[in-house]
Write a protein that binds this ligand. Structure first.
Ligand code: KIV
Ligand code: ZN
Length: 525
């Protein structure tokens, strides 16, 4: 059996379904380019039928990202499949990923349908997808809670209609590793043709077993693993890409399986995804947590100083965590900045280079040394601004412990008008957030606020993350500055702009659905 495991990254689809994440097309493209650099085999770029924004992002990734297969997700409906096909059409290697549930719980309660209809839906949708692209993946959703004999019948139909990959999802993260392996083993017995296609696993982490189940899956014969950077995804998330890849890498002698991932790009990909999604990485998270390679106890430190292998099973440089030597200062010029950015993988020229240089100079004036991590944060920060956004022009915050803090802001509306707002709050951050609400006349509710430093040291850049709710939609935003009040305000304004775009998109979708329903009710002449 082949010993190469295909890495199917679903950060931009299942990962993006995590509450509060709202990536725009530019941000999704940036992540997809980095995933290509990381060396994943397949990028599931989104669910094109979900919204016009999702369609646009999948299409942009299909057109611009070279290397990996680009997949679009579709329910087993003709309209979804056609949207997915149109979105991925321009990719070097397009794939449509079709799913329909095979568990009775889903068939009865969610689909309100029958097993016979599910079989018909699977057959018709795979055939339809195959008429549009050569590479079709089929997933029997909630398979691990379904009857294995019935799932096998559906899988057989999908293979007969030309599916090239069969993915078996543990949709609700319920399976145990040995159960999952047995389920896959039984599918192989019931569907011998499964050996002629790629068997894939897709595991959720509700019981903390997503990586263990994925590993059990490859030991049972699967050769594609669906996973996400930092393990993000629905509820408790998906199998973490970095954990699964480093498991195969570190224990290759015992396991004998490889991936095509360039492990040195892992840390950077993790930071980019965390920064753009606003989802922090827990400090003790395996592989990419801040403490994953730190040794606290004296005995451990002593051992590592004498011989790293005493307490380290992996070298931090293997995942790209080496101390980066790249440092710029306030005398560095545009050329040095451009080469530093190129070294980090960013091709920046023209107006984008001018803007990056201006931001860099502002920071370098306040901070003696600008490191690779600072540059990464700055470039990512610049990417976040897009059309139809509010802009913070200036702010004043008076803070004291003798009277309540007061904030005044001047902002520019998405249409270019100048507006002002002020507020006296409980603290300086509260005051500026509420002054922004006053200026924009929006009733946004703060849900989460976090501030981290990009690097160590007293003059470190502050990176703020905000999640807020606006008219039933929640959205995240980030901001970077040497001044933490400014970082917080930038993050709030971006979250507000993202939430506003979501509110508008939801209203547009509701209007389309209403018009569609009305058209169906109107009798034809
Ligand atoms: O968890 C799941 O079942 C999914 C499918 C769409 C593959 O995400
Ligand atoms: Zn999933």
């Amino acid at each position: 059996m082949n010993d190469r495991v295909t890495i199917f990254d679903t950060t931009l689809r299942d990962g993006e379904q995590s509450p509060g994440i709202s990536l725009n097309t530019g941000e999704k493209l940036e992540i997809a380019q980095q995933l290509a650099r990381l060396g994943v085999d397949v990028i599931e770029a989104g669910f094109p039928a979900a919204s016009p924004g999702d369609f646009e992002a999948v299409q942009a990734i299909a057109r611009e990202v070279a290397g990996p297969v680009i997949a679009g997700l579709a329910r087993a409906h003709a309209a979804d499949i056609e949207r997915a096909a149109a979105a991925v059409r321009d990719a070097e290697r397009p794939r449509i990923h079709v799913f329909i549930s095979t568990s009775d719980i889903h068939i009865e309660h969610q689909l309100q349908s029958t097993r016979e209809d599910v079989k018909g839906g699977a057959r018709a949708s795979v055939a339809h997808a195959r008429s549009l692209v050569d590479d079709v993946e089929f997933s029997p959703m909630d398979a691990t809670r379904a009857d294995v004999e019935f799932t096998a019948e559906v899988v057989q139909l999908a293979i007969d209609e030309g599916a090239t990959t069969i993915n078996v999802p543990d949709t609700v993260g319920y399976a145990l590793p040995d159960e999952y392996a047995r389920f896959l083993g039984r599918l192989y017995e019931l569907v011998p043709a499964l050996r002629d296609v790629v068997l894939s696993v897709h595991c959720h982490d509700d019981l903390g077993l997503a990586v263990a189940n994925s590993f059990a899956g490859v030991q049972a014969g699967a050769r594609q693993v669906e996973c996400a950077i930092n393990g993000i995804g629905e509820r408790a998330g998906n199998a973490s890409l970095e954990e699964f890849v480093m498991l195969l890498h570190t224990r290759e002698a015992a396991v004998g399986l490889q991936t095509g991932v360039n492990t040195r790009e892992i840390a950077r990909t993790s930071r980019l995804v965390s920064r753009l999604t606003g989802y922090p990485v827990q400090p003790n998270k395996a592989i990419v947590g801040r403490n994953a390679f730190a040794h606290e106890s004296g005995i451990h430190q002593d051992g590592v100083l004498k011989e790293p292998s005493t307490y380290e099973i992996m070298d931090a440089t293997t995942v790209g965590l080496e101390a980066n030597s790249l440092v710029l200062g306030k005398h560095s010029g545009r050329h040095a900045l451009r080469s530093a950015l190129e070294e980090l993988g960013y091709e920046v020229s023209g107006q984008a280079l001018n803007t990056a240089f201006k931001r860099f100079k502002e920071i370098a004036d306040k901070k003696k040394q600008v490191s690779a991590m600072d540059l990464e944060a700055l470039v990512t920060d610049e990417l976040r601004d897009e059309l139809r956004s509010w802009t913070l022009e200036w702010f004043d915050v008076e803070a004291s412990n003798r009277r309540p803090p007061h904030a005044t802001v001047q902002m520019r509306t998405p249409d270019g008008e100048i507006v002002h707002g002020n507020f006296t709050g409980d603290g300086p951050v509260d005051a500026i957030f509420r002054a922004i609400n006053a200026a924009t006349r929006r009733e946004a509710q703060l849900r989460e606020f976090r501030i981290d430093s990009v690097t160590g040291g007293q003059d470190a850049l502050g990176e703020a993350s905000v999640v807020l709710d606006l008219a039933g939609q929640s959205a995240a935003g980030q901001g970077v500055s040497t001044d933490i009040i400014e970082a917080a305000a930038l993050a709030y304004v971006r979250a507000l702009s993202n939430a506003e775009r979501r509110v508008a998109a939801a209203a547009e979708l509701a209007e389309e659905q209403r018009a569609e329903a009305e058209a169906q009710l109107t009798p034809t002449p």
